[in-house]
Design a protein around this ligand. Structure first.
Ligand code: AMP
Length: 397
């Protein structure tokens, strides 16, 4: 059965239990980046506009089943009121009579926020009795938290089996972008996978090799492949114990008709810090006492040419040690090219996972991408080809 959306429900006078991800970064007791709160606004406002009552369920941090004052959602109320431009009523437990009563006496233009679901150990255990208690606070379940959909918790999965369930607007946007890009991509399809280590991205690489036409490998993980091909990588970050796995991946790619693109020139330095003196070497010329920190200009040229011929791009991980200038050069140049091609209508580009959002924001090119997912683990698991329990439950609901 297909997934339902808010369009499938009459929301008039209905309490809509919305699972959101408002696990925002805080500094000195204040929200330092409200992006996640801003992104839930379309769903919350639509529910209110259509006569419904939004009841928000969320987690914050990792309290591991214990009540922890510093991880209370209470701290987010002023920021929610500022962004959502309405009253936010807070109840200090996500289950029990206080929450249930509050959900039934909401006024129009009020939002109810229930306390951190992870204050109860049963949340992460996906305990059905706990899910049933959560369900008492709503008539409809709306999951708008794609970024937690890789977890089978009571508020992300269990509830969909108890209440009529649908995807929220943010979840819809996220799923549409992701399903288009790997489900029915316009080819040629290119993936960029960068970052520190291949050991954390093995499943990702294996899945992508079967699906994409070109796979650009960058960052520290490229060093592991170069070492596996017998090249000297000096004192670079590289997983020398992964050599045979790296060679297996290269062989599998050749069998699938997937072209692997590794750097053919590199930027090396002798210290891992910003503005460290650096030189460009051909890929087989890295000195023993140096480390590879970025792809070189010829490699950037090659990546640009692949992007120009592509129709679809999926990107996870930086191409170099992007936090330190000038070792962000390849990441910036490739991101800017992807953004220009996307804005010209020549490319569909989706990026996400881990440090990718920070790297693309730093390049100034993030806004030019078709879609940048703020989901970390869920984006990666989806790229690995896994079924996400929170999404699957919506389809089965
Ligand atoms: P990940 O979390 O796996 O996406 O890895 C991101 C991290 O990889 C960033 O902190 C980068 O600085 C780091 N990184 C990328 N390329 C290199 C490299 N050549 N040497 C060392 N660290 C790198």
């Amino acid at each position: 059965m297909g997934r339902k959306t808010l369009d499938d429900f009459n929301l008039e006078a209905k309490r809509v239990l919305v699972r959101v991800d408002i696990n925002v970064p805080m500094e000195n007791g204040r929200v330092s980046d409200a992006t996640r709160i801003e992104r839930i606004a379309p769903t919350v406002h639509e529910i209110m506009r259509r006569g419904g009552y939004p009841v928000l369920l969320a987690h914050f941090g990792r309290p591991k089943g214990q009540v922890q004052r510093d991880l209370s959602l209470n701290w987010l109320v002023p920021e929610l009121e500022r962004v959502l431009k309405c009253d936010v009523i807070f109840v200090a437990d996500c289950i029990g009579p206080a929450a249930e009563v509050a959900s039934t006496i909401l006024s129009p233009k009020q939002v109810l926020l229930l306390e951190n679901t992870r204050f109860h150990a049963e949340e992460e255990q996906n305990n059905p009795k706990f899910a049933a208690k959560l369900a008492k606070n709503g008539d409809i379940f709306c999951n708008d938290a794609f970024s937690t959909a890789h977890r089978a918790h009571a508020s992300t999965e269990g509830l969909a089996h108890i209440l009529d369930a649908c995807a929220g607007r943010l979840m819809e946007v996220e799923l549409k972008a992701l399903e288009t890009i790997l489900g029915a991509p316009i080819r040629p399809l290119v993936a960029v996978v960068g970052g520190a280590k291949i050991s954390t991205k093995l499943e990702l690489l294996s899945n992508l090799i079967e699906k994409v036409d070109h796979l650009v490998i960058g960052g520290g993980m490229a060093n592991t492949f170069l070492a596996a091909k017998g090249m000297n990588v000096g004192i670079s970050l590289a997983e020398h114990d992964m050599t045979s796995i790296a060679n297996d991946i290269l062989a599998k790619a050749a069998g699938c008709g997937c072209e692997i693109i590794l750097p053919n020139d590199v930027v090396i330095a002798r210290t891992f810090e910003a503005n460290a003196p650096n030189e460009i070497f051909l890929v087989n010329g890295c000195p023993d006492d140096a480390m590879i920190l970025d792809a070189g200009p010829a490699s950037i040229e090659q990546i640009v040419r692949v992007f120009e011929a592509a129709k679809t791009l999926i990107w996870n991980g930086p191409l170099g040690a992007f936090e330190f200038e000038p070792f962000d050069t390849a990441t910036n140049a490739a991101a800017q090219k992807a953004s220009v091609l996307t804005e010209a209508g020549a490319l569909v580009s989706v990026a996400g996972g881990g440090d990718t959002v920070a790297a693309l924001n730093k390049s100034g090119a993030a806004n030019g991408f078709s879609f940048v997912s703020t989901a970390g683990g869920a984006f990666l698991e989806w790229m690995e080809g896994k079924e996400l329990p929170g999404v699957a439950a919506l389809s089965k609901a």
